[in-house]
Design a protein around this ligand. Structure first.
Ligand code: NAD
Length: 259
């Protein structure tokens, strides 16, 4: 889909990948609503005609409020990009709050947005749903069970949406990068340790590079957007040799994390 004159909503747009997407789509002529729990005002101010919305997307109401606001500003939303994400937790012993918040942002927010957007999109016979999952959603995130599970669910939801509504005009893309140079990778959090793994296995891309690849992926209407092409090879290897794949991941975990 061409983005010129399209109405686009991007979540998690205060920085990192989301703000880079906003810059790239704006440069292509889109009108952009930037949403984040941290007010994305400075990014929006640099993109004439765009709008910043401060919103907590960890509830269905937050997603409804965002979409209502976007429709009142722009009318129809052509493309919704569920990019906001959290990297929390380590293992099954994490508190329920960690699991709940991980699922709320990384998975349920996608579903809540789709629930609000789909009726109008299906009636129009057109709409574009993009989400940011992760290579961890196709493979695994060493060091974080909540991240691995919630990102797998995000990939599954994108795939399901494409299968179910593709013939009725819905386009779907799911972004699955490895390392990207953002706050999330830099933070010392469980995934910060996992981030050591990410840094050790491949290139850490700049957000603007990822945004260029996403832009092309949307023009081509690709279901999976893989800024690190080797992820497709890992996925093939995992599917054909799962035990060897897991053994290799165990060695990587021991080498980088020491357990
Ligand atoms: N950086 C990486 O290496 C990497 C790799 C793969 C996937 N990702 C995914 O990319 C996406 C963007 O992350 P990023 O790397 O740009 O990091 P980031 O931390 O800069 O961006 C995440 C954004 O989500 C926002 N957010 C979190 N909880 C929210 C909530 N409740 N309501 C509204 N906004 C909320 C944050 O405020 C932040 O601006 C995430 O989904 C992340 O999981 C990142």
């Amino acid at each position: 889909m061409e983005l010129s004159d399209r109405h686009v909503v991007i979540t998690g747009a205060a920085g990192g990948i989301g703000s880079a997407l906003a810059r790239r789509f704006h440069a292509a002529g889109a009108r952009v609503i930037l949403a984040d729990q941290v007010a994305p005002t400075s990014v929006a101010a640099s993109l004439p005609g765009s709008i910043a919305v401060q919103v907590d997307l960890s509830s269905e109401q937050g997603n409804i409020d965002l979409i209502d606001r976007a429709e009142s500003e722009f009318g129809t939303i052509d493309l919704f990009f569920a990019n906001a994400g959290v990297a929390l937790g380590t293992d099954p012993m994490d508190d329920e709050e960690v699991w709940d918040l991980s699922f709320a942002i990384n998975t349920h927010a996608h579903r809540w947005a789709a629930r609000r957007l789909l009726p109008a999109w299906l009636e129009r016979g057109e709409g574009y749903f993009c989400s940011t999952a992760s290579a961890a959603g196709l493979l695994a995130q060493i060091g974080s069970a909540p991240y691995s599970l919630t990102k797998h669910a995000a990939v599954a939801f994108a795939e399901w949406m494409s299968i179910t509504y593709g013939a009725r005009g819905l386009r779907v893309s799911c972004l699955c990068p490895q390392g990207v140079n953002t706050n999330m990778l830099a933070q010392s959090s469980p995934i910060g340790d996992g981030g050591e793994v990410v840094r050790s296995v491949g290139a850490v891309l700049e957000p603007d590079v990822v945004a260029d690849i996403v832009y092309q992926g949307i023009l081509d209407e690709r279901l999976l957007i893989l800024p690190h092409p080797e992820v497709a090879d890992y996925l093939k290897f995992k599917a054909t040799e799962p035990e060897k794949w897991v053994a290799g991941m165990q060695r990587l975990q021991r080498r980088v994390l020491g357990y």
